[in-house]
Design a protein around this ligand. Structure first.
Ligand code: HSE
Length: 418
């Protein structure tokens, strides 16, 4: 029997166990041998669940069973999950993981270790939930020089932004819903502050550009500061507001960031809503290619894990070493001019003329009034926003200094993705 062990029976792990148990016959038929779940390692008591019969507490039991060919690591966090990946590869087991923290932090070492041991290290489920993107980048798009990746790579924040803007639900309510649905990380600050998306764009960029991108070098801003009024103003001007994880490869350098951006309606990412993710790649042969699907959740992520297991069953000896396992990428600060959305608040309406003088004639000015009631007395606040012509970050800083002169404070500055 081809035995599979699953370490970590949480949201994703239990989804993998379900899929392996439900699809056992189909799997075995496809490969003309018995294939099935043999061990489930977890500290939780699994008696009374359908996984109870497979339960073990000890990784050694799994590693010392010669019939176990593949170990699935769906443990969250970093250290224990990484240790299990290293130990399993050293014990000459194939490893499949959904843990992006492990891949982002230890990807090159684990790829090298797998290669030295003539085993495979697979992590399709680490980026984009159920979307096939790692294998397409590694194999299907291999002929291309990839020059750009733009993605919505966090299901939790996309689900939250969609609910906050469409149904006027609060940030806290949407976060609680995302947690209940199993989308959010154990520590959801990784989602809302952009660190989860930073790991994912670092993984994709490492594969695409052939040099390891350290996720700690990704400038990262989350969604805490965006408000309903930003959505309303952006919408009026023909933009959607999304957390964008993007990177570009130019002259040997990687320009990368995670930040909320205004995305022009009609752009392929502008209508990606709710828990859906999308990845747009630009290749020298293909031009634009778009990958779309559910970016988080038990079933979608389990589907990607099982896809890796199928790949292993079909081609266990397809060993290769990606370039990023051998060299680091150079990450540089992006000074390209782009348009900006700048939201201001002031007690009275700032003169459109003054804003045009400051940012230039091609500036788009948007206004709305908002009633605030901080001291049980209605106060009208004027919220204005501009969409500027393209500026470099340095030029924009200079302009923002000029806002003092027109009695307004810059409250939020976002880039525009045209
Ligand atoms: N917390 C992650 C997300 C899970 O919301 O995208 C999938 O990686």
């Amino acid at each position: 029997m081809y035995k599979i062990a699953v370490c970590g029976c949480g949201v994703v792990g239990s989804g993998v166990c379900d899929a392996l148990m439900d699809q056992k016959e189909k799997l075995s038929r496809r490969f003309a041998r018995e294939v099935g779940l043999a061990y489930v390692l977890d500290i939780k008591d699994l008696s009374g669940t359908r996984y109870g019969q497979y339960k073990t507490d000890d990784l050694e039991t799994i590693l010392s069973d010669p019939e176990v060919e593949t170990v699935v690591i769906t443990i969250g966090g970093l250290d224990l999950a990484a240790e299990y990946c290293f130990r399993s590869l050293r014990a000459k087991k194939h490893v499949v993981t959904s843990n992006k923290a492990v891949v982002a932090a230890h990807g090159p070492e684990l790829e090298r270790l797998a290669f030295e041991n003539r085993r495979r290290f697979m992590y399709e489920a680490s980026v984009g939930g159920g979307i096939p993107i790692i294998r397409p980048l590694n194999i299907c798009l291999f002929a291309n020089d990839i020059t750009e990746i733009q993605g919505i790579l966090n299901g939790t924040t996309n689900y939250m932004l969609t609910g906050m803007f469409r149904r006027h639900a609060s940030f806290d309510e949407m976060l609680a819903r995302a947690q209940r649905k199993g989308y959010a990380e154990a520590d959801p600050t990784a989602d809302v502050d952009g660190y989860d998306a930073a790991r994912k764009i670092a993984i994709l960029s490492s594969i695409a550009y052939g040099g390891f991108v350290d996720y700690r070098e990704v400038p990262c801003t989350g969604i805490r500061k965006v408000a309903l009024v930003d959505h309303e103003l952006a919408d009026k001007a023909g933009f959607a507001l999304k957390l964008i994880a993007g990177s570009r490869f130019e002259n040997g350098k990687v320009y990368i960031s995670v930040e909320p951006k205004l995305v022009r309606r009609g752009h392929l990412l502008s209508d990606v809503d709710s828990v859906y993710n999308a990845v747009l790649t630009k290749g020298s042969y293909t031009g634009d290619t778009l990958f779309y699907g559910q970016g988080a959740g038990k079933e979608a992520t389990a589907s990607a894990v099982v896809g890796d297991i199928i790949e292993l069953l079909g081609a266990p000896e397809k060993f290769s070493l990606p370039d990023f396992a051998l060299k680091n990428a150079e990450v540089a600060k992006d000074e390209t001019p782009v348009r900006y959305y700048v939201r201001l608040a002031s007690p009275s309406q700032p003169a459109a003329g003054a804003l045009l003088d400051l940012f230039g004639e091609d500036t788009l000015c948007l206004f709305t009034k908002r009633e605030q009631d901080p001291w049980e007395e209605k106060i009208q606040e004027c919220v204005s926003a501009v969409i500027t012509p393209p500026f470099t970050p340095g030029e924009l800083d200079e302009k923002l200094g000029g806002l003092d002169g027109i009695c307004a404070r810059a409250k939020l500055v976002l880039k525009v993705l045209d």
